[in-house]
Design a protein around this ligand. Structure first.
Ligand code: NAD
Length: 479
């Protein structure tokens, strides 16, 4: 059945590369109908700070599949990123970016590179929950959820299975962030057991990123939380040849969005100069997603043949390697002329038919036993001597709850801190139950009351829990 897709031609070079992309996939026999919407600069400048109207949302939600050209986000003025909003509103939890070398036709130091970055797309620091708490300290909340981890990690293994990939690597920084990145790593270990035929490994992100930049051929599929994935997928695309050649898929349980990874390049707009390859790569992923793998394969092989023949737009044109410098339209015409051809030296792609990934719905686990055993009070305090603050805050102790530690930016400064430790005006005071193993919510309220009476400026609290008897909070550094 012909599938209707939503198309947004975007801003800058968007209309040119979208027209070229649609022309190629239609010529290849894509069985799609197009419903166009307007998003981006014009909508923003008409006073809509999200860059998209309600009617356009309705169309996207009805059609489920969205092919989007890059848009220009006007500078300043509180305009929200349409990409982030779309991903989160539509629950597009998986971002997939294949980064493959096209050596020797596109210059790269990594001729063997063929990596797929699978990035969690909805949570982590991108929840965008930020607050200024004291004169000197602002905070961004890093949220990692079990469903978020399970969905993206299972997606990575299913992707590897469907596309014949051998190994899935996980990148985290769980040596430092034991709760958040620790959960991601733990769930990676749990889910990898369901895929014994696929190798799995974990790298700490810093050395993993260094290895990826140096020896990308050592990796196959890499799955990681949102921020790391955002950074490393651009690095991977760039070292494979150019960010201008990479496309990305944003996949959710209901909807999906496909795009190029580059922006709207306003300086080269309307000059028939832009390379449509990034968006075309997004469209190839869309065709696979729609179950039109035969068309996807035809387009991809024609594109590889065009690159291999040295028919290049200005951004990838290299004297001695390229044969002809062409504009957007001529590049598209050449791909269309190559539609029944395969590359000679680059590897021809063969896609499995009907590679729609079907993932199980998330099932909530049985509730854990949750015991409240203390509370962290965060204070705005302008003093400099931790011992002085210790004396002040110890006054809040009662027979059941007492101060056990003070940290500043995570490092323990009381009791027995170091005079060398630099302190800001943002202090965490940890109170714990003394006799019983638990405290009640009322004891926290009483603690806050006493703090107010002593004129202590509490800026937030965090409850300390044991889940199934296991402490579920980090210790102070140096504790
Ligand atoms: P950009 O990706 O638009 O451009 C970076 C450089 O790459 C420029 O030199 C540009 O000319 C070149 N380039 C990009 N795409 C190209 C192509 N297809 N062919 C040839 N050359 C190409 O990044 P930018 O300049 O930082 O951003 C411009 C605008 O795009 C901004 O308003 C930004 O907010 C927006 N943007 C949108 C998206 C999106 O919609 N997905 C992504 C990134 C940036």
């Amino acid at each position: 059945m012909t599938q209707t897709i939503t198309v947004a031609k975007g801003d800058g070079i968007g209309p040119e590369i979208m027209n070229a992309t649609l022309k190629i996939i239609m010529a290849a026999g894509a069985d799609i109908k197009i419903e166009e919407i307007e998003v981006g600069e014009k909508v923003y400048l008409n006073g809509n700070s999200s860059g998209i109207s309600k009617d356009s949302w309705d169309i996207i939600r009805k059609n489920k599949v969205f092919l989007k050209a890059p848009i220009t986000t006007p500078q300043g003025g509180g305009y929200k990123s349409l990409n982030v909003t779309t991903r989160k509103f539509l629950g597009l939890y998986a971002n997939i970016r294949p980064c493959m070398s096209l050596h020797p036709f596109i210059k790269t130091k990594h001729p063997q590179m063929d990596v797929v970055i699978i990035r969690e797309n909805e949570e982590d620091l991108y929840a965008g929950i930020e607050h200024q708490q004291t004169d000197e300290v602002v905070q961004c909340l890093k949220l990692i959820s079990r469903p978020g981890c399970e969905k993206i990690i299972r997606y990575a293994f299913e992707y590897a299975k469907c596309y014949g990939r051998k190994r899935v690597t996980c990148f985290t920084k769980d040596n430092i962030m034991k709760q958040t990145d620790g959960l991601f790593h733990q769930i990676f270990n749990e889910i990898s057991r369901d895929y014994p035929e696929i190798e799995n490994e974990h790298w700490i992100i810093d050395i993993g990123a260094a290895k990826l930049a140096d020896t990308p051929e050592a990796f196959d599929v890499i799955v990681m939380p949102n921020l790391y994935g955002d950074v490393l997928s651009d690095v991977a695309a760039q070292i494979a040849g150019s960010v201008g050649l990479a496309g990305s898929a944003n996949i959710g349980e209901e909807c999906a969005m496909f795009e190029a990874i580059h922006g709207s390049a306003p300086r080269i707009a309307n000059q028939n100069k832009a390379n449509p390859s990034g968006l075309l790569q997004g469209a190839v992923m869309m065709l696979n997603h729609l179950g039109q793998s035969d068309v996807a394969e035809k387009v991809q092989n024609a594109w590889l043949k065009t690159i291999e023949d040295g028919i290049h737009t200005y951004d990838i044109y290299k004297e001695g390697v390229s044969k002809k410098r062409v504009g957007t339209e001529e590049f598209a015409e050449t791909v269309i002329n190559n539609l029944s051809k395969n590359p000679d030296s680059l590897k021809k792609v063969v896609y499995k038919r009907d590679i729609k990934l079907v993932l199980p719905k998330y099932c909530r686990k049985q509730q854990m036993k949750k015991d409240l055993i203390g509370v962290d009070l965060f204070l705005h305090w302008n003093g400099l001597e931790p011992d002085q603050l210790g004396d002040l805050v110890t006054q809040l102790n009662n027979q059941n709850v007492s101060l056990s530690m003070i940290t500043n930016r995570g490092i323990k400064v009381w009791p027995d801190g170091f005079s060398e430790t630099f302190c800001t005006d943002h202090w965490r005071c940890r109170f714990k139950a003394i006799h019983s193993t638990r405290i009640s919510k009322y004891e926290i309220i009483e603690l806050l009351n006493r703090a107010a009476n002593y004129n202590l400026d509490v800026i937030k609290t965090e409850n300390l829990y044991h889940f199934d008897g296991v402490p579920a909070f980090s210790l102070g550094q140096g504790q």
